[in-house]
Write a protein that binds this ligand. Structure first.
Ligand SMILES: Cc1cc2nc3c(=O)[nH]c(=O)nc-3n(C[C@H](O)[C@H](O)[C@H](O)COP(=O)(O)O)c2cc1C
Length: 178
């Protein structure tokens, strides 16, 4: 358990993982964090598909041409999907849940990386979403917002530099041209 500010300063995207599996209690805590996330009108319309089978992880990592490789190096992936007929801010709801899960993973000393799926394409031009839905036997009515690759970090990333924050993008009382 870290203090919250220290946690969000230290959290960085981790794309390389050790082969060590994630303790089941920790997997449960990460999923609980997603299930605890706020949603518009409390719709809770997300679906989380937990993937820990190495062959499935390798195939999931091919869902898009670039930038999905961390899934193939991770012992765990959580596919974040959501029913858009249940709530209009479905992208927001799914994104907040994914962020909660990433922060819970960081608090447990784990690394994670968000892999974007929406509007992305596999090397052969197949929409990444269709690829993932077919691989996981999901209905095509359930959009996939992202996949979280999660594992024990095998790389060290510098914490964020608090002195470099974009304070010029913060406006008080009214917008100011800068
Ligand atoms: C909406 C979103 C989409 C992202 N998509 C990817 C992705 O497809 N592959 C990847 O390796 N990282 C992805 N990332 C991670 C970002 O590249 C990363 O958060 C950003 O470079 C800032 O680095 P940091 O997370 O270490 O602070 C994504 C992050 C967000 C929030």
């Amino acid at each position: 358990m870290d203090n919250f500010q220290s946690l969000i300063i230290k959290r960085r995207s981790i794309r390389h993982f050790t082969p060590e599996l994630i303790n089941e209690d920790h997997v449960k805590m990460i999923l609980e964090a997603g299930l605890l996330a706020p949603t518009s009108k409390s719709s809770r319309a997300w679906q989380f598909i937990v993937v820990d089978d190495p062959d499935m992880l390798a195939r999931l990592s091919q869902c898009k041409e670039r930038a999905a490789e961390p899934i193939g190096r991770a012992p765990l992936a959580i596919v974040v999907a959501v029913d858009p007929t249940a709530t209009d801010p479905w992208i927001e709801d799914a994104s907040i849940a994914a962020s909660y899960m990433q922060l819970q993973a960081a608090d447990l000393g784990l690394g994670s990386c968000w892999i974007e799926v929406r509007d992305r394409y596999a090397a052969d031009g197949t929409p990444a979403e269709e690829y993932v839905q077919e691989l996981l036997n999901m209905p095509d009515t359930l959009p996939v917002v992202c996949i979280l690759a999660i594992g024990h970090p095998a790389e060290e990333r510098k914490p964020q530099a608090i002195e470099k924050l974009k304070w010029e993008q913060v406006h008080i009382n009214k917008w100011t041209q800068r």
